[in-house]
Design a binder for this molecule. Structure first.
Ligand code: SF4
Length: 321
């Protein structure tokens, strides 16, 4: 299928300001040239440790944050050169579901108002009250709940409300940023099941940002692994989880938190993640890589294509030429 979302060489660089005069001293390359593609009805997991740039990438794809360079095409339409006014009607097509359902819902608004707000903003026609009630049912909540306030709900229920709000504007893509990591494990599974059911019934595509490999295994079709602002390996979920090639991917999978894990579990790989403000020379992973060679300290590896679906950036594999 043709890609619904096509991201090419996306970059987000932030200036670092220091001292009382706030002079610019260098920059952080939070996202440094990533390319992704997402087809209708599919789930692409964007995986990596915290601080690898995955959330920044999600925001830049949504144009919530202006990319420094690169291309984001939604159904063939380039988003990066649209004005705010031109973007507005497209806002409905891509919606974000955030990590923290406590912070993302306005506590002063009734649930019905929260869900209908986007419909009104985009000028969607129809009976908003009726649509809201139908959406609540679709996410497993009673229609009467439209009259209540967010504080009357549990974390899992709030995430259902946030999903209903996202669905209210008929999106084709949901960008889900760790949508279950603030929830108890039993509730996590319910929300993942809900997302899976919605994908089957509505044909939604998901860009699923997560550090949790168990969640990737459960939900994803394709996987892109990020390290320090770049995608170091991508492929189908089977390729990446069953036969990881990049030493970083292998380390991530070896560090899989058990599904019985406590809340807030964090993926860890031996050694400290380096600062994106001062990335190591050559392959950024070399200070932590058990297989590092001389060339790794010198040259950033180009992408080697290992199959039609799979690419890896590591000097252990034959180069791009
Ligand atoms: Fe390790 Fe070298 Fe591959 Fe980087 S390029 S992951 S340092 S082997």
């Amino acid at each position: 299928a043709a890609a619904l979302l096509e991201v090419r060489d996306l970059r987000v660089h932030f200036p670092i300001r220091r001292g009382i005069l706030q002079r610019v001293r260098g920059q952080v390359r939070a996202v440094d040239g990533i390319s992704l593609s997402l087809s209708p009805g599919r789930t692409l997991a964007l995986v990596g440790e915290s601080g690898c740039g995955k959330t920044t990438a999600g925001k830049a794809i949504l144009q919530l944050l202006a990319p420094t360079a690169g291309s984001v095409r939604l159904a063939g339409r380039e988003l990066t050169d649209l004005t705010a006014g031109e973007l507005r009607p497209l806002r409905g097509t891509m919606q974000m579901v955030f990590q923290d359902p406590y912070a993302s819902l306005d506590p002063r608004m009734r649930v019905g108002g929260i869900i209908a707000e986007g419909m009104a903003a985009l000028g969607l026609k129809g009976d908003h009250r009726q649509l809201t009630e139908r959406l609540l049912e679709q996410v497993g909540l009673a229609p009467e709940m439209a009259l209540r306030y967010p504080h009357e709900f549990s974390g899992g229920q709030r995430q259902r409300i946030a999903i209903a709000r996202a669905l209210a504007v008929n999106p084709q893509i949901l960008i889900c940023d760790e949508p279950t990591s603030a929830l108890d494990v039993s509730v996590q599974a319910q929300i993942l099941n809900l997302l899976q059911d919605l994908q089957a019934s509505l044909g939604l595509a998901y860009l699923f940002i997560t550090h949790n490999i168990a969640v990737v295994d459960y939900l994803a079709h394709e996987v892109a692994v990020m390290y320090l602002g770049r995608v170091v390996e991508q492929g189908t979920v089977d390729e990446i989880l069953r036969q990881p090639c990049h030493p970083y991917t292998r380390a991530l999978i070896a560090a899989v938190p058990r599904i019985d894990g406590q809340r807030g579990e964090v993926l860890t790989v031996a050694g400290d993640p380096p600062s994106p403000a001062q990335p190591p020379t050559g392959c950024h992973f070399h200070p932590r890589c058990p297989e590092a060679m001389d060339i790794c300290r010198r040259d950033y590896p180009g992408e080697s294509r290992l199959s039609s679906s799979r690419g890896v950036r590591c000097h252990l594999y034959p180069g791009p030429d």
